[in-house]
Write a protein that binds this ligand. Structure first.
Ligand code: FES
Length: 503
């Protein structure tokens, strides 16, 4: 089983240069996923000079780790949404999402993007629990969605269920990469492998600093799934979750067509098929947990494998990957200016519905920058809730382990705990000099990092399945060299140099 999203199998990563010179633009978009690239596309249409800055490769972050499903409903049951919002508001949410799906479809047609886009029904079914889905079906119908019963030849065991017609599927990574190629020019530049380390501002401009240079911009769009830096109200209001995907091949050719959401005890699994020139795959996504809070997340992946084995004739489990999502307490994303007087825009809290919400965020934010009224801006506005006071305690609690320099693991011989770490694994180790995040590479070489997340000082945890250090507070993740993979942290985990043992 390879650790790679199935979308990457026939995609080409790495087409754009690293930024190595000073530039000045009207809008700097941080993040080259579906949100960032679509924002740039819409700004370009309005003649607004834009640059997209991606720390990895275009679409390689959350966009390329998603389900590739496009649907008008959200992750949350209709009854839950209706307990918080009026039916008019929930209808608005559905309409705004349908409009975003329509835009994706138009882009695919206009640019002839070969991303396996298909209209498909979306099925909700209850596999071994007592969830009342007929109630949900009624809500869906009343909200204007075209509902159906499950077909007689429904491929999975169910006790109850229903469908919604005309939802869609595609390869999100190829879509985003090809869209990036279509919009790229001197007034819409795109940079990969370019990490923003800091944002400064004066009365007129923002200055986004990288290791090599800086970008001057009038507006900044945080299209990074969660805003970068210390935007405390948002980071504390959002809960970061991680879930996993597997792609398997079947012994038969019974790959089901559609989007399937299975309620399975306490869990929900999303299932779909994907066919490309390399073959056919069944994809199953789910097994969610809070970032940095699973003891050993290889068990989460085992649960996905158990589920598909129970329902399908599995030939082999070929690929696995993880993806992150951020949930807002009120179930709606935060999209728009971070505060009334700011020129910084955020788009976050998409839950697991980010491909559609990302496109919608691009519409709302580009309209705001172009000073065009957007009918959905008010519903999702980013500054709708009061800043939270949290965070302080988290920082205090963790800062007491900072400042322990140059861990001397070899002072009295290498501690047993380090010996107990297998290659490709990591562990937090407490010594007299403090706590350290210690891992070994595949050759057994030891890497030692500070375990203190530079964002706001929480302690990172080892991610067994993906070999990374993950922060449970706001979801920053770091590789075994300490480099930021994703999340709000601008800075890397500090590397600790080991002292040589005295002869
Ligand atoms: Fe905020 Fe780690 S303290 S992500």
């Amino acid at each position: 089983m390879e650790n790679i999203p199935v979308w990457a199998l026939n995609a080409t990563l790495g087409s754009f240069k690293q930024l190595d010179r000073k530039i000045s633009v009207e809008v700097a978009v941080i993040g080259g996923g579906i949100t960032g690239i679509t924002t740039a596309q819409l700004l370009k249409k309005r003649g607004i000079k834009t640059a997209v800055i991606e720390s990895r490769k275009i679409g390689q972050g959350t966009t390329g780790q998603s389900t590739g499903n496009l649907y008008a409903p959200t992750e949350y049951d209709f009854s839950k949404m209706l307990s918080k919002y009026s039916s008019e508001q929930v209808q608005q949410i559905i309409l705004s999402r349908l409009q975003a799906i329509e835009m994706i479809q138009k882009n695919i047609e206009q640019f002839a993007i070969p991303c396996d886009f298909h209209l498909r029904p979306m099925y909700y079914f209850n596999a071994y629990n007592d969830k009342n889905l007929q109630h949900e079906k009624r809500h869906a119908h009343e909200l204007g969605l075209q509902t159906t019963s499950l077909p007689k030849d429904f491929p999975l065991y169910f006790e109850d269920g229903y469908g919604i017609e005309n939802q869609a599927q595609f390869n999100p990574l190829i879509y985003t990469q090809r869209l990036a190629h279509e919009i790229f020019d001197a007034d819409c530049e795109i940079f990969e492998d370019t990490c923003i380390n800091e944002i400064e501002k004066d009365d007129e401009f923002y200055y986004l600093k990288t290791d090599m240079t800086r970008i001057k911009a009038k507006y900044v769009v945080h299209a990074t799934h969660t805003p970068k830096g210390l935007l405390v109200p948002y980071h504390t209001a959002l809960a970061p979750y991680r879930e996993y995907g597997i792609a398997v091949t079947l012994k038969n050719d019974l790959y089901p067509e559609g989007i399937f959401w299975a309620y399975y005890g306490e869990e929900k699994f999303s299932i779909r098929s994907y066919k490309n020139e390399l073959g056919s795959f069944l994809i199953c996504i789910g097994s969610m947990h809070k970032v940095g809070q699973a003891d050993d997340n290889r068990e989460n992946i085992s649960r996905l494998i158990d589920f598909v084995n129970k329902h399908f004739e599995v030939e082999s489990v070929n690929y696995m990957w993880g993806g992150q999502n951020y949930k807002a307490a009120d179930m709606l994303p935060y999209i728009g200016k971070k505060s009334a007087e700011s020129r910084e825009f955020i788009a976050t809290g998409f839950s697991t519905d980010g491909l559609v919400y990302g496109t919608l965020a691009a519409q709302i934010i580009s309209d705001a920058i172009a000073q065009i009224e957007n009918p959905y801006a008010e519903l999702y506005k980013a500054n709708r809730s009061q800043p939270l006071k949290a965070a302080k305690n988290i920082v205090k609690e963790n800062l007491n382990v900072l400042g322990k320099l140059a861990g001397d693991f070899f002072k009295n011989g290498e501690p047993k705990e380090v010996e107990s770490i297998s290659p490709n694994e990591g562990k937090l180790i407490q010594t007299e000099e403090g706590k350290f995040a210690v891992s070994k590479d595949d050759k057994g070489e030891v890497k030692v990092l500070s375990p203190i997340c530079p964002h706001m000082g929480c302690t990172v945890h080892w991610n067994f399945a993906e070999k990374s250090w993950d922060c449970p507070c706001h979801g920053s993740r770091f590789d075994t060299n300490g480099k930021v993979i994703e999340g709000p942290s601008f800075k890397n985990l500090e590397q600790i140099k080991l002292k040589k043992p005295k002869e």
